[in-house]
Design a binder for this molecule. Sequence first.
Ligand SMILES: [Ca+2]
Ligand SMILES: [Ca+2]
Ligand SMILES: [Ca+2]
Length: 580
Amino acid sequence: MQIMNASRDTVVRTLTCAVFGIGLFAPAAAHAQSGEPIARTEFTAAYAGEAKLALTASAPGTEWGTAGKESAMLEVAVDGKPVTNVVTFNGAVPLEYDLALGRVSAGKHEITVKVDAAKSPSLQAEVTSMKPSMAPEGDVVARYAPILYGRNLPEIPGAFENANTDVPMLAYHVASADAQGNRVIEYTVIWSNEDGGTNTPSLMARWGRTTDIEWFYRVTVDAQGNRITDAFQALNHGTEAFNGVREDDHPLIQVSSSNNNMTAVTDVATSTGYRFFLATDEVLPPNRAREAMMDAHPWSYLVMAKEVAREGRIEAIADPATLAMSDQRNYLFAEVAKTTRYATPPRAGSWAGTALAAKVGGVWYTSHHNSASISIERDLPAATTIELPPGSTPKDIEAIKAIAVPNGAPGDYSIDVTSLNRGFLLGTDYLPTGSFVNWVGKQTLTPQRTEALLWENRNVVGGAVGGTVPATLALTLGTAPSFGAFTPGVAQTYTTGTIADVTSSAGDAALTVSDPGHLSNGAFSLPEPLLVQFSKSAWTGPVSHDSVAIDFTQRIGANDALRTGSYSKTLTFTLSTQTP
Ligand SMILES: [Ca+2]
Ligand SMILES: [Ca+2]
Ligand SMILES: [Ca+2]
């Protein structure tokens, strides 16, 4: 299918195409002792600007879940100057690490990667691919992206502790406009864990994860892209004007507390001496919790789960009745959207929270383990988890309900619960198995009605019945979606959608889409990727004519160059099964 649009106005910026010539590649494995690069490539920047690198690397013999063998620490340099470290937290399995390289001049540059032996638990690493690229000319998100120095706390062993704990895994940004119409860009980083701060059961109940997600830098720029003001997240979750060192326009910020709050780097010589320059060009899908960024990078759940296991944060005997966290493969990872109203504003400390419960084997298990203070207070789409009996599978989850949880004396309240945005388990390999839960509607909780059933599992496989069903796996797509006209020079998120009709006689089915990539118009591609989301993508039993909403989202930045004409992309949708 094709998704199309037309750009109706004339081009507002001149787009210069970056041209790259990938140079020679060193052979894969190499040991660090020599200090020689294990990989090298060259690229030619067609213009001065911000360079990026998609680095596919692995570290044979390492395992994030095994103490002392967690990772290899790499160092990436541009023209001989170290730019970023990479912790290979995905172990022996190659993973694409998306990095920023900073500002480069027009012309030819060399990228080298070596094992940073002094900082590395393991000395063996392999690089299988390096794909350099340039951010669009004048791109302000890349221009101001922060550089995050690693943590070195006295109470945690090792001078380069992020090689084994609380590693910054990925980053993204959110762009908005302030009251004067200036562009505000906020950058957020996701760490694999938080050694200090919120306790683990509370994180699982209130945030649906044991990673740590914090904004770290915020900059306001004028129409020309010049910085007006900026700030970073300081210690104790404070917000302070940035007063540290910059490289070009990139502020240097250092993680300085066990709950991953930060200080400004005022002198590189006294910094921790290792750093993470993560690509920040990704954006959150609309109306989703921040954890949706983890969903888009399924390996983040694997790194998260292995780290809490290695650090001894899980109970010895898994028990869904206890608040203590068990192996994360025993949890349903859900996301709920709701709106809370009060008859009169409650006094401080009193509020009406929401919890979710899942029914397995006739028993309801709750996200907050019946502990009111770790129900969910915030009214943004919220991720949460529900601890289940070990071995629970999607077909064992019979239903999901919402529960109102008064804290203190909130008085009269009403909570409109409006959607379950996803629900999945982790497989034996720690990776999400794909969401099998979705519900949209409106159920109102009040002091008189504190529970409401949201979702019942229509995919439970029944007992054997007579008759033969020919193997069927049918996928029909609705009308081709179109975003309509993109307006150049205006930051806006465009959405469109279509419907898929799914019929399957298989024991399970999964709906997937080819890499959406970027919409293109001849030689011109949009800077922001096309996002594709399914309302449902996994079935644990046969299904007939199940309607799946397919949502397409395309973000256009104010500075994105648009070429007159139609942008389009052909996508392949696949319905597949492992138990035909
Ligand atoms: Ca940790
Ligand atoms: Ca934190
Ligand atoms: Ca437990």
